[in-house]
Design a protein around this ligand. Structure first.
Ligand SMILES: [Zn+2]
Length: 252
């Protein structure tokens, strides 16, 4: 996802004013309904962008198996084509797979055909790797949405866009202690909703990126969150959410 460099380097987005705000603000409804938190403070949705990554994703799968956690992985199509067995394994372990575009393109700069192609090629790559249904949820690279994206997502048969309520600044190698500290702000029982946390198991620039701080930080927090009574949910839901900003009755 890599939000900050994209904002800094994207003069066009900055110049676009309200459009840029609508594109990057997780709470923005300017470009259509968006899921951005869970429906209960006891439910955490852990989401991972920019994979699959053979250097990191298998470690996360093992960690999640050990702690009975289900998560959502927003995959880049070109990496899914490079690592189809890993895509299959993510799905076989019971995690949900979402669409994070085919090349990690900034969709603000794509026309309708370009967006359609990014969505379709990623769907095809994931579909070719798994026997599961094609992804129903999408997370745009850098969190950038354009006015065209919602219509193209519906056209592709997907349910909608997933943003986040917690961002972890985890897209560069760093000591795990920093991420452990940031994640201390997740799981607050005093609120009316729960967090969708965005993290990264991959590096959109190349396969094999170092995300060991993510593995280490989750190794720290998963048993603590579990002991605190938190439930881990994926983005899948048993009831309609097209018009909702909240996941309802999610399945773990
Ligand atoms: Zn990304």
């Amino acid at each position: 996802m890599n939000l900050l460099p994209a904002i800094v380097s994207s003069g066009a987005a900055a110049a676009a004013g309200i459009a840029a705000w609508g594109a990057v603000a997780p709470s923005s409804e300017l470009f259509g309904p968006t899921v951005r938190h869970t429906d209960s403070s006891r439910k955490i949705a852990l989401t991972f962008d920019d994979g699959p990554n053979p250097a990191v994703t298998p470690q996360l799968l093992e960690l999640f198996e050990r702690h009975s956690v289900r998560a959502t992985f927003f995959l880049i199509g070109k990496f899914a084509r490079a690592c189809p067995e890993l895509v299959r394994e993510i799905s076989a372990c019971g995690h949900l797979i979402g669409n994070h575009s085919d090349t990690h393109a900034n969709l603000i700069f794509q026309n309708r055909a370009g967006i359609r192609d990014e969505l379709a090629r990623c769907q095809d790559a994931i579909g070719a790797a798994t026997a599961a249904e094609p992804p129903r949820w999408m997370r745009p690279p850098y969190g950038y949405r354009s006015p065209l994206l919602g219509a193209e997502i519906r056209r592709a048969g997907m349910r909608g866009v997933v943003m986040w309520s917690k961002i972890c600044w985890d897209w560069k190698p760093q000591p795990p202690e920093r991420l452990i500290e940031r994640l201390s702000r997740v799981a607050r029982p005093d609120r009316a909703f729960g967090d969708i946390v965005v993290m990264h198991d991959g590096d959109h620039r190349s396969l094999g990126g170092d995300r060991q701080h993510v593995v280490r930080a989750l190794d720290h927090w998963l048993p603590r969150w579990r002991d605190a009574g938190m439930e881990f949910v994926t983005m899948e839901s048993s009831s309609g959410t097209e018009d909702s900003n909240t996941m309802r009755s999610p399945r773990a």
